[in-house]
Design a protein around this ligand. Structure first.
Ligand code: NAP
Length: 482
């Protein structure tokens, strides 16, 4: 782990030599290269108490002062971008070019909320009462908590951290076991940017510590909000745990994205968009295209073009610039992908490209294209979270919309069409929180990201993201002359 930026070198370099507690494993080699502390529930309680002491002063700081810290953090992220990207590739595995793109995306949330500053602090409303001001104000929630996944180790943090800090809150973060270094790096940079001590704690631990750390956060009456990004199963558990103290809860959970290609689509654009929507981060993304439906009249042409492109994808360690596809996060992830492909095969799918794990060091699975998967295949209902493109044909618009919607998830759907009428009709018909039309990439800091149905609650990014990290107070103030 070679770090150039002095702040990161000081904070993280020693972790490469401690060889105690929780190992951080490079999934391309299957070997530990750093070790982080195992935080106990008592230490979580101490962090909550420290955050509660630090938060009131931060909550009273002006919006401009808080925004200035974010602006400095964004600049530091820019200065340290190469180190931050390499850390992502080392602990998560994605190709370095994608890791650089993730850092730019992660920084965009910090910049966005820094830029928002105090422009969104409430409204004065047209009062129906004489001599009375009717207004709303955004106030800090207080001490808040976040639990994040490993697949976007930096962006899934800043999407929460930036609005949390702008809103005047303290922020306790439990990162995923697999990717604590990006979290510790952001904490070091935030403090270098002038964030007062006590407002940003990183609570690291192994997979077996997650329930205890999470439980210490969800059971505390001092913690006013939990924002979770991760699997639907864990999200439901945490939602139930937060009921007792009636916390504000934001959940960004699993998706099961359909990707529809109509007969009036620009096929080259659809192939290119699908490759982005599927293979970004080796398919380990909540917004990954999971089920691809292609109109029967263009099916063969589309699949031929796709097969040719998928066969050209290079797989290997993310630090080698020739590779488009990195390792999966661990051996369990490879087993899951293999299970989905075998199940689809047994139920009638044909494998046109790939379809095998790659033996040797690290956790690799070959980029795979399978066609004519059955409606009852496991991959029709569950996220595969791997580099597997599963394609099926359709012939009727209403039927394919119904099939696309036949899932308990509702995060994102994509479709390609050149017809304005169809675009309006299909966008309305798809029951998802986000719809990508003629694009395979919808994520941006300026738009509200989030799902419906079992994909989650609340929104991240945009002004809605700030509303989720503040509470709205309504003040009705009468100023009657004596
Ligand atoms: P996960 O197993 O749910 O883990 C997410 C986080 O929750 C990790 O920090 C994990 O810690 C922690 N955790 C696990 N069990 C816990 C418990 N009982 N109490 C408290 N915390 C607990 O999910 P994942 O495998 O890391 O991430 C993949 C999932 O995230 C996919 O379903 C994906 O779709 C979803 N995701 C959604 C979005 C979105 O914005 N909608 C974005 C990215 C990912 P450990 O790592 O230590 O186990």
């Amino acid at each position: 782990m070679q770090l150039e930026h002095p702040v990161l070198a000081r904070a993280l370099q020693p972790l490469a030599h401690t060889e105690t507690e929780v190992p951080v494993v490079d999934p391309a080699r299957g070997e530990a290269f750093a070790w982080v502390p195992r935080v106990t529930p008592e230490e979580v309680a101490a962090a909550i108490a420290e955050a509660a002491r630090a938060q009131p002063a931060w909550g009273r700081a002006t919006w401009a002062e808080r925004a200035a810290v974010l602006a400095r953090l964004a600049r530091l992220m820019s200065d340290a971008a190469e180190d931050l990207a390499r850390l992502i590739t080392l602990e998560e595995g994605k190709p370095l070019a994608e890791a650089r793109a993730e850092i730019a995306y992660a920084r965009s949330f910090v910049e966005y909320y820094a830029g928002m500053g105090g422009t969104e602090i409430g409204h004065v409303l047209a009062s129906p009462f004489p001599d009375t001001e009717v207004r709303t104000e955004l106030e800090p929630l207080g001490v808040t908590a976040a639990i994040t996944p490993w697949n976007f180790p930096s962006a899934m943090i800043t999407r929460k951290l930036a609005p949390a800090l702008l809103g005047g809150n303290a922020f306790l973060l439990k990162p995923a076991e697999a990717t604590p270094l990006s979290a510790l790096a952001l904490s070091a940079l935030a403090h270098e940017a002038g964030l007062p001590r006590g407002l940003f704690h990183v609570l690291t631990g192994g997979r077996n510590d997650a329930a205890a750390i999470g439980g210490a956060l969800t059971s505390s009456p001092v913690v006013k909000k939990l924002s979770f990004t991760g699997s639907t199963t864990v999200g439901k558990l945490l939602l139930a745990q937060c009921a007792d103290t009636v916390k504000r809860v934001t959940l960004e959970l699993g998706g099961n994205a359909p990707f529809l290609v109509f007969d009036d689509a620009d096929l080259d654009a659809a192939v290119a968009g699908l490759l982005v929507a599927k293979f970004r981060n080796t398919g380990q993304s909540c917004v990954a295209a999971q089920r691809v439906y292609v109109h029967a009249s263009i099916f063969d042409r589309f699949v031929d073009a796709l097969a040719e492109r998928v066969a050209r994808l290079e797989t290997g360690p993310g630090l080698d610039p020739k590779n488009h596809i990195g390792p999966l996060i661990d051996a369990r992830a490879v087993d899951k992908v293999e299970g989905h492909v075998e199940d689809a095969r047994e139920k009638g799918a044909r494998v046109l490209v790939g379809g095998t794990r790659i033996e040797g060091r690290g956790s690799f699975y070959a980029p795979t294209l399978l066609v004519d998967f059955s409606k009852d295949a496991r991959l029709a209902a569950e996220e595969t979270f791997g580099p597997v493109l599963a394609v099926r044909r359709f012939s009727d618009e209403a039927e394919v919309i119904a099939e696309a919607n036949a899932t308990r998830a509702g995060l994102v759907a994509y479709f390609y069409s050149e017809s304005a009428r169809r675009i309006a009709r299909v966008s309305r018909g798809l029951e998802f929180g986000m719809v990508g039309v003629n694009t395979g990439l919808v994520s941006t800091a300026v738009a509200p990201f989030g799902g419906i149905k079992e994909s989650g609650l609340g929104r991240e990014g945009a002004r809605e993201g700030l509303y989720d990290w503040t509470r709205l107070k309504y003040v009705c103030a009468r100023y009657q002359e004596p």
